[in-house]
Ligand binder design. Structure first.
Ligand code: GPQ
Length: 818
């Protein structure tokens, strides 16, 4: 039973009046947004209450997804969609003279993540709720999410993100579940009468963790799970003495320190910062979350720990929450007073770890001295874990000290370091990579000895994306077309899309499909014009690269190719190519100089190309500022060509590749990450694969790669790189773009850009040819959408359930939607 348009209208007005204290005449779009959210939230909270009651009554085993990042984006459209209320709300607002599209634009993105890893967590909790699996996401309630990017004179400027400044209508504060977290201090060893010893941690500081719950509505609106995010505050009793002694100001200062913990998301993607505050953030949310889990467990099971590992599984989203392993050991051994072996048996049956990268700079290591200062007891526990593990290594490889050094949690050197990856593998019962290729490389290159020691521990779960957000909600035109062809249940069963394949050569269907694409391109063209003033031709190929700016993702390879096209056009005004618009969206970590230089270069080349009358409409370059989830939702449906051009072996999976192909884009890409599996699904005729494989890269590295060979052998490469040194793109400022040339030539081109350039350029010529054959292109596009079924995050979650979590779904009774 669904609510009528009239009743929903009444609900919006009721909230306008009695939740917001305004009325229809005064309300602006922001007020309408809040009132609409409040009307939807009635259903959300009812579903949440039912779900929690059902899970409690059934004493369900649940997965606890620990992640320092959840990149949720906007929630209103999604929540409406999931309750089947989108059209009702649209109609109700229309009758009130309000455009739903404008209302949706009022919502700030919840950008509590950097990129792929954080968005994956958001897709996963969507799937968990949709599949009615008992699950809770645990993370940090950052006051400021990922910075807002402005482009000034071509350069990136970072501005603070203040997503909660005007309130967040979805979140619920739960002061009744506040936790306390200890930090700093020292460990006292106590000797008992029976000769046993006991460790007591005397913390130097205590902070409070305040939970904020974001309801996560499953598709269909039955299960509503929770994302619980912790906010740090000064502990109530802490510093009472200082306060009473008249030290009011000093006491306030402590408050500020405590609150700093959840103040801001670290904007570094795939680089470990080594900063104290970051370690404190990690420990803060892990400690709060574990205590929360234990509180809930004890409510049902009291002090009987024997069922803990049956009830609880904790997934570590990369090593960011790895400190949870010694924290659980501390709670079990020091607090619950279990013996070590019992505690270790529990811990190692509770944790599972996902690895998201092989990049050495992203593998977290903490100086032992820093751990000793912030978490002295945890360092002791880590040493104990390591000591026992080293004995195990010795049993397998007797007397082999080099094996021990390689496998140890502790890396010896001038500064002793704690390897969080090793701790995670040792403390978990399963470890997975995020695509077939990546998981193979994890086994063969990153953790080969662990694999030898525990042959069943390392596994694969290929990433996925939620088709609810990444097709149904973001691409209503295509969704409608798909509904008509394969029925309406594809959002729950994405393999249904395969039903499109048999129509791939049907002229009428091709026409409908491509007309949707054309309309979506027009919408993006409007957005491009509004945000940059650049006019683009929708008959051009929309070629899109959207992802964090990273050398390994090789936005500069794309840029060099754009410069090559520009040169070819200048040299030959009749250069034969279909018009193309190259569109970028990317944030660079604020401290990543070369990444920022690449953004600057893209913008400078864009300025020149877009304003050169000799180029006309053949070539346009657009850098859309402030790439984020809500912008991705506008770009993805409009894409013709999806750029997935990382150096083979470097992109663990990629998930943008899946979103773009699902929305009818054809990929140009390397055999890297999940591209390999996308190619398997769509077939080699429907994707443009180019460049070196992992094996080629390794062989080239082994034989001694010298980028200058390519520079001197390939006149076009030389000309482009030399061009970067002139002031052609930066009038009056020669050398402003030279850092890119330097990294490619003098600094060894660590990501083999020059080695892959020619293959990439050739593949782009094939793309151009294919696009000009309208029927052929339409067929490719349809096949791409049709064959993306594998990449629903529901499949990823099912793989986790089967291979890792051993979890049963739990039906929550359908509520009356109001
Ligand atoms: N990824 Cl380690 C991130 O977005 N941030 C990180 O800190 C790490 C990995 C990405 C990875 O680069 C992509 O290939 C994956 O698709 C994504 O994680 C999700 O697994």
């Amino acid at each position: 039973m669904k609510i009528s348009k009239g009743d929903f209208k009444a609900a919006i007005i009721r909230h306008l009046h009695s939740t917001l204290g305004t009325d229809e005449n005064k309300a602006n779009n922001h007020a309408w947004w809040k009132a609409t959210c409040a009307a939807i939230q009635e259903n959300v909270l009812e579903g949440l209450r039912r779900t929690q009651k059902t899970h409690y009554m059934n004493d369900t085993r649940a997965v606890h997804y620990f992640s320092a990042e959840f990149l949720m984006g906007r929630l209103l459209s999604n929540n409406m969609q999931n309750f089947g209320l989108y059209d009702v709300a649209h109609g109700a607002l229309k009758e009130l003279g309000v455009e739903l599209a404008d209302v949706l634009e009022e919502e700030p993105d919840m950008a509590l993540g950097n990129g792929g890893l954080g968005r994956l967590a958001a897709c996963f909790i969507d799937s968990l709720a949709t599949m009615e699996l008992p699950a809770i996401g645990y993370g940090i309630h950052y006051e400021h999410g990922l910075f807002r990017q402005e482009i000034k004179s071509g350069a990136q400027i970072e501005r603070p993100d203040s997503w909660r400044d005007y309130g967040n209508p979805w979140e619920i504060c739960r002061p009744e579940s506040i936790q306390e977290v200890s930090l700093f201090g020292y460990v006292e060893t106590k000797y008992g009468d029976n000769g046993g010893i006991k460790k007591e941690w005397h913390p130097g500081s205590i902070v409070k963790g305040v939970p904020w719950d974001i309801p996560v509505v499953g598709y269909g609106g039955k299960t509503v799970n929770v994302l619980r995010l912790w906010q740090s505050e000064a502990s109530d009793y802490f510093n009472w003495d200082v306060f009473n002694a008249g030290g009011y100001v000093d006491a306030q200062r402590e408050n500020i320190q405590a609150e700093t913990i959840s103040k801001v998301l670290y904007p570094n993607d795939e680089t470990e910062a080594g900063k104290e505050l970051r370690l404190i953030q990690q420990y803060f949310f892990c400690s709060c979350s574990l205590k929360d889990i234990i509180r809930r467990y004890k409510r049902a099971h009291g002090d009987d720990w024997s069922r803990f590992k049956e009830q609880v599984v904790i997934q570590l989203n990369d090593t960011h929450p790895a400190i949870a392993i010694p924290e659980l050991m501390r709670i079990l051994v020091d607090r619950a007073e279990l013996d070590w072996d019992t505690a270790w048996d529990i811990s190692t049956h509770v944790f599972a770890y996902t690895n998201h990268t092989l990049l050495p700079e992203a593998l977290e290591k903490w100086p032992a001295r820093m751990l000793e200062k912030i978490l002295p007891r945890h360092l002791e526990i880590i040493y104990e874990i390591n000591h026992r593990f080293m004995n195990e290594v010795d049993k397998k490889w007797p007397g082999d000290n080099s094996k021990k050094a390689k496998l140890s949690i502790i890396e010896e050197g001038p500064e002793k370091m704690v390897r969080m990856g090793h701790l995670s593998v040792i403390g978990s019962f399963k470890v997975n990579g995020v695509a077939e290729l990546h998981s193979r490389l994890v086994k063969e290159n990153l953790f080969p000895d662990f694999d030898a020691l525990w042959p069943d521990k390392l596994t694969n779960v290929t990433n996925g994306i939620t088709p609810r957000r990444w097709l149904k909600a973001c691409n209503p035109l295509l969704s409608e077309l798909v509904d008509k062809k394969v029925g309406e249940d594809w959002p729950l069963n994405l393999k249904k899309l395969e039903g499109l394949a048999k129509h791939a050569t049907n002229k009428t269907f091709q026409k409908s499909f491509m007309s949707v694409k054309q309309k979506n391109k027009q919408l993006l063209a409007d957005e491009i014009y509004a945000s940059t003033g650049i006019q683009v031709d929708t008959n051009a190929i929309f070629d899109i690269q959207i992802k964090r700016l990273h050398e390994y993702k090789r936005q500069h390879l794309n840029l060099l190719h754009i410069m090559a096209l520009y040169r070819r056009i200048l040299e030959n005004p009749d250069y034969d190519m279909h018009p193309r618009v190259f569109i970028f969206g990317a944030k660079a970590a604020p401290g990543y100089k070369l990444a920022k230089d690449i953004i600057f270069a893209i913008n400078k080349v864009a300025d020149k190309v877009n304003n050169d009358p000799r180029v006309g409409n053949k070539l346009k370059v657009v850098f859309l500022p402030n790439y984020r989830v809500s912008l991705a939702e506008k770009m993805i449906p409009a894409c013709d060509v999806s750029e997935q051009i990382s150096t083979a072996g470097k992109e663990a999976s990629g998930t943008g590749n899946m979103k773009l192909a699902l929305n009818g884009a054809v990929t140009i890409g390397t055999l890297d990450g999940a591209n390999v599996e996308i190619a398997e699904e769509v077939g080699e005729d429907n994707i443009f694969i180019f460049g070196m494989t992992v094996e080629d890269v390794n062989a080239l590295k082994a034989s001694g790669y010298n980028p200058k060979d390519y520079y001197y052998k390939d006149a076009e490469i030389k000309a482009i790189l030399d061009w970067l040194e002139t002031d052609y793109f930066t009038p009056g400022k020669p050398g402003a773009l030279v850092s890119i040339k330097q990294s490619l030539l003098d600094l060894g081109d660590p990501f083999f850009v020059l080695a892959d350039f020619r293959a990439y350029s050739d593949a782009q010529i094939e793309v151009d040819k294919a696009y000009r054959d309208k029927a052929r292109w339409a067929e490719m596009v349809i096949i791409n959408t049709a064959m993306m079924g594998k990449f629903t995050s529901d499949r990823s979650i099912q793989d986790y359930v089967d291979r890792v979590w051993r979890l049963d779904s739990c039906a929550v009774e359908q509520q009356k939607i109001r």
